[in-house]
Design a protein around this ligand. Structure first.
Ligand code: ADP
Length: 481
């Protein structure tokens, strides 16, 4: 399949149902070889503001549809995404680098949010509450928040979009999406499928261009009532400040620093297998990726031996090659960050067990790496590496490891492995994170609430609560004569 021959391969923005181009454009490159695979529009703030007015217009009739009608259109979009799973995956791997099998998996995962929220549209409910005053009646209804904006990252070019768009549209909002500059093509292809599904013009718009220009336009415009952002804590807090001016609603899914804790009563084989799944998916470029691995001291030798044996066998390659397990990192800066974290840990006394270098100087692959005896204060244990590096840190007691795990401003995901139910419950209650995987490394699902605490964000995506982020309550108080 040639990329440019695909009918869903779009190099224009989707504005008010039209594929729109501009004089200025930005290149999209393939991280596996640096080839420029597309050019997408570099919109001006003025063009973004025009799109916001279209979104406001489109929302008037969109919110007036019944939830079942909106749900049916979302279901049609879901079916088209699944019918184009292979093409979407090809576009994704070409701009993002992940292995094709993972890209296909992400498309199915992304589509599952659309299906889920198509059904949740029908469950937007109100309440009748008892009034304190016998001459009054209280009804609480729920209404769409208004025009919404989404700013999304490059690591999951499809799922981070559908997680936001599907609940927003189900709730009756319209949405403008600014995909990451590195991965706009998957987003534009999803936009094309939304048009084919019959989602009306202006309800979903995709705007590409300079992040700062678009971010400022979206946050400065009072018509936009909500911003949903996934990305770094630095940019999330900047956008939060920009949204403060007219008090927009916010959902923020920000950085993590996930601890992976293995107690000495854990099933070692299972812990190793789940760690590899959780860590090396997307070459470690996942916000819930285990970033630091704490193993109870008695178990460390057996755990390390099994882990290193399996990690050394992981196959690096072009994501489009059928046997590739680990693709390139997104860019040279991402590789440099892993290199810096490895160098820092080694200079602080860590031991290199496997990997520890890039595949070649010109390319963006970094070998899957395991470091032992990493001091808990090493850079790689304190900040997200976002690459294929596993630092092993030994601990002796439950309280000690809980202290290590919580000693971070972040609180997105945590993982713990133990066969002792009492211990599991004690530790889960004390871990400061929005999500905990217990004896599993795979926790994301459309029917579960994804999100973090502390500097990892605000709000939840998915589950029955995901749609609440796009609804406002209206309290109606009736006086009775
Ligand atoms: P990462 O380091 O993973 O790229 P970022 O937080 O920089 O994370 O990027 C996440 C999203 O935020 C991307 O769509 C990016 O283009 C966008 N972004 C980056 N800087 C800004 C900004 N100043 N204003 C608005 N959006 C931004």
């Amino acid at each position: 399949m040639t990329l440019t021959k695909l009918e869903i391969f779009k190099q224009h923005c989707l504005i008010n149902g039209q594929w729109t181009s501009t004089d200025n454009s930005l290149p999209v490159t393939n991280p596996a070889n640096g080839d420029v695979i597309a050019q997408v529009p570099d919109l001006s703030a003025e063009q973004v503001n025009e799109a916001i007015v279209h979104a406001q217009q489109a929302m008037l009739s969109w919110r007036a549809l019944s939830p079942a009608q909106r749900g049916a259109l979302l279901k049609a979009w879901y079916a088209l995404i699944m019918a184009h799973q292979d093409e979407l995956a090809l576009i994704m791997t070409s701009e993002q680098g992940k292995p094709l099998s993972e890209a296909k998996g992400e498309i199915a995962y992304a589509a599952s949010y659309v299906e889920w929220f198509a059904e949740e549209a029908m469950r937007i409910q109100g309440e009748v509450l008892p009034a304190a005053n016998a001459q009054q009646r209280i009804i609480v209804s729920r209404e769409p928040v208004g025009v919404c904006a989404a700013i999304t990252p490059w690591n999951f070019p499809a799922a981070m979009i559908t997680r936001k768009v599907a609940p927003a549209l189900a709730a009756g909002c319209s949405m403008l999406v600014k995909p990451a500059q590195q991965t706009p093509l998957t987003a534009l292809a999803l936009g094309e499928l939304a048009c084919r599904a019959g989602i009306p013009a202006g309800v979903l718009q995709i705007v590409t261009g300079d992040a700062r220009t678009i971010g400022e336009a979206l946050t400065a415009n009072p018509i936009v009532r909500k911003l949903s952002f996934t990305g770094s804590t630095r940019i999330g807090s900047l956008l939060m400040a920009q949204c403060a001016k007219d008090v927009k609603r916010l959902s923020l899914e920000l950085g993590g620093n996930a601890p992976f804790i293995v107690f000495d009563d854990a099933d070692v084989e299972l812990a190793v297998a789940e760690l590899i799944k959780a860590k090396f998916r997307n070459a470690g470029q996942t916000c819930i990726s285990p970033n630091r691995v704490y193993v109870q001291e008695d178990l460390m030798p057996a755990f390390t031996a099994q882990l290193v044996e399996q990690v050394s066998q992981l196959r690096l390659g072009d994501g489009l090659a059928p046997d590739t397990q680990i693709g390139p990192l997104i860019d040279a800066a991402a590789v440099a960050k892993v290199e810096a974290h490895v160098a820092d840990a080694l200079s602080a006394g860590a031991t290199l067990l496997c990997g520890g270098e890039r595949l070649s100087a010109q390319h963006n692959w970094y070998k899957p790496t395991v470091l032992a005896e990493v001091p808990p204060t090493a850079q790689c244990a304190c900040e997200e590496t976002f690459g294929p590096l596993l630092p092993l840190i030994s601990f002796s007691t439950e309280q000690q490891v809980i202290g290590y795990a919580n000693d971070t401003p972040f609180g997105l995901a945590a993982y713990l492995f133990s066969d002792n139910l009492h211990r599991v419950q004690r530790v889960v209650e004390q871990i400061e994170s929005g999500m905990v995987g217990i004896n599993t490394g795979v926790i994301s699902a459309a029917n579960a609430p994804f999100g973090g605490v502390k500097a990892s964000g605000l709000g939840r995506e998915g589950a029955h609560v995901g749609i609440e982020e796009y609804l406002e309550m209206k309290y109606q108080c009736y006086g009775i004569k």
